[in-house]
Design a protein. Structure first.
Lengths: 377, 141
């Protein structure tokens, strides 16, 4: 730890899934839980960054949490909303501007696939669907790197098994390979249980200057990197009516490299990871895009259980988006919440063995944006 | 019944041999679809309208297996009568890859790199009784 490091000292969550509460109120529940976890008051917060995609402006929640006059900045960055809030909080502390603050993400979406606001020929003609992108990306990837549909099924099976060990997960029922394989085909080659669903939930993360962290907790977790990247020319992204003839690296590869550089670490230094699994193919592709294996190696890794909680490199230990659903504004912070629990040894039945020391998170979303964090204890 | 395009300026209309209408950067020749000002490759602000190639190869594909939400979808979204449809990217040689509906919806009959050609397909019937047409690519063999 150096004095300019940033530490996480409190985490809070409102359970993912379906709730009677508004999205905003789920955010408030998460904030109060994080304050209790850190043993601080709302009035101690010097700043907040918060956002949702579909559940209102985060800064209005001060009317319930307390009108303390703090600097509260709304963040709106699609699936990277939580990651962007965390990045902003990180820099606010690292710059020396503030000592203690909070990043908040929450959301509430209608049932079914995300409705895209596109009334042009593109949406009218039945394109403009995120599910199609994932089907098309994994379909080409499976042919290029010889990945089987069984590998897709194994990712889902693992997600629901991990979710069954997570009291905060939405889907807590394990599912057999056969059930997954027999579910409805939605976007070939992806079936119903290969996809996550839009959902609800909230997460809050309290951060402070590292040299003050022990005031709040005996087990601070250090935020070694937070990076967000948008797409470059030639990448293959969701909601793109056309793609360039040449192929370039996507934002996940760029954000991953930036994160590792910021942390001064590499993929081989990570003990576990939470990777964007909008559908099971995404987890497979993101394993390689984030540098944790070569393209095509995933088939063998999944067959041998290497990404299980007790495996060589556990991935999506809380059940990921598949078992938790995807409240867009909260999803990235859920991954950070899970990693903090794992590094503090508080993950209960799903605790990764042998005292993990480092953990990685990755989100991906429209219109081609990716966010990465690296935590260490 | 008269036929009308889903939107003006997306493909040539009327035409027996329809072509998609895109843009080309006047600085670096990068090709885009649909038309747009500004080039994502070289950041130039100067583009001109061009007609894209009618034939290309299938770069990747999927089958839309459930009715898209309506709005924005204007086609048949009734789950009882909905017909799955193919969606893919067709690589137009030397130009770009365009996202498109496919006339084929059987996974057994689609494969990466197969030859495709542009056609127009009915999407829905509007309040005036006109058949609204959109574009799709069809396998040529």
């Amino acid at each position: 730890m150096s004095t300019d490091d940033v530490a996480i000292v409190g985490i809070g969550m409102h359970q993912f899934g379906r709730s009677d509460l508004s999205g905003m109120d789920q955010g408030v529940v998460a904030v109060r839980a994080a304050l209790a976890d850190a043993g601080v008051e709302w009035s101690d917060m010097q700043f907040a960054f918060g956002g949702s995609a579909a559940a209102g402006k985060a800064d209005t929640m001060v009317s319930k949490l307390g009108l303390t006059g703090l600097q509260f900045i709304n963040v709106s960055n699609g699936c990277a909303t939580g990651g962007s809030a965390l990045f902003s909080a990180y820099n606010s502390i690292k710059s020396g501007m503030f000592d203690l603050g909070i990043a908040i993400g929450f959301d509430k979406h209608e049932r079914g696939a995300f409705r895209v606001d596109n009334s042009t020929w593109y949406g009218k003609s039945g394109m403009a669907l995120t599910t199609q992108f994932f089907g098309m990306k994994i379909n080409r990837y499976m042919q290029q790197y010889d990945i089987s549909t069984e590998a897709l099924d194994r990712v889902s099976e693992k997600a629901f098994r991990n979710g069954s060990k997570n009291p905060m997960a939405w889907r807590k029922k394990p599912m057999s390979l056969a059930e997954i394989q027999e579910s409805r085909m939605l976007s070939y080659p992806l079936r119903q249980y290969h996809f996550c669903s839009p959902a609800e939930g909230g997460v809050a993360i309290i951060m402070c200057r590292a040299d003050k962290a022990k005031q709040y907790t005996d087990t601070p977790i250090y935020l070694k990197a937070a990076a967000v990247r948008s797409r470059r020319f030639g990448s293959f992204e969701v909601m793109a009516p056309h793609l360039a003839p040449e192929h370039g690296d996507g934002p996940t590869i760029d954000a991953s490299k930036a994160g590792f550089e910021m942390a001064g670490m590499g993929p081989e230094d990570m003990d576990l990871a939470q990777l964007q699994d909008t559908e099971s193919g995404a987890e497979i592709m993101h394993m390689a895009e984030n540098g944790f294996c070569e393209h095509g190696e995933q088939e063998r890794m999944l067959a041998h259980g290497e990404t299980e909680i007790g495996g060589r490199f556990p991935v999506n230990t809380d059940g990921g988006c598949l078992a938790n659903g995807e409240p867009v504004g909260a999803s990235g912070l859920r991954q950070v919440y899970e990693n903090v629990l794992q590094l503090q040894g508080r993950a209960g039945e799903r605790q990764v063995p042998n005292n993990p020391k480092t953990a990685y998170t990755h989100v991906y979303g429209a219109p081609g944006i990716s966010g990465v964090t690296i935590l260490a204890r | 019944m008269a036929q009308v395009p889903v939107e003006e300026g997306v493909f040539t209309w009327p035409s027996d041999e329809p072509r998609l209408i895109g843009s080309q950067c006047t600085e670096c020749d990068n090709v885009m679809f649909p038309t747009q000002s500004g080039c994502p490759k070289c950041s130039s602000s100067s583009t001109e309208q061009i007609e894209l190639a009618r034939k290309g190869t299938l770069w990747t594909w999927t089958i839309q297996g459930y009715p898209p939400k309506s709005p924005p979808y204007a086609g048949n979204d009734d789950p009882k009568t909905f017909e799955p449809f193919g969606v893919g990217y067709v690589e137009l040689p030397g130009q770009c890859k365009v996202e498109t509906r496919l006339t084929e919806n059987d996974p057994e009959k689609l494969s990466i790199d197969m030859e495709m050609e542009l056609t127009l397909v009915p999407l829905y019937t509007n309040d005036d009784g006109d058949e609204v047409m959109t574009f799709a690519f069809a396998p040529t063999t």
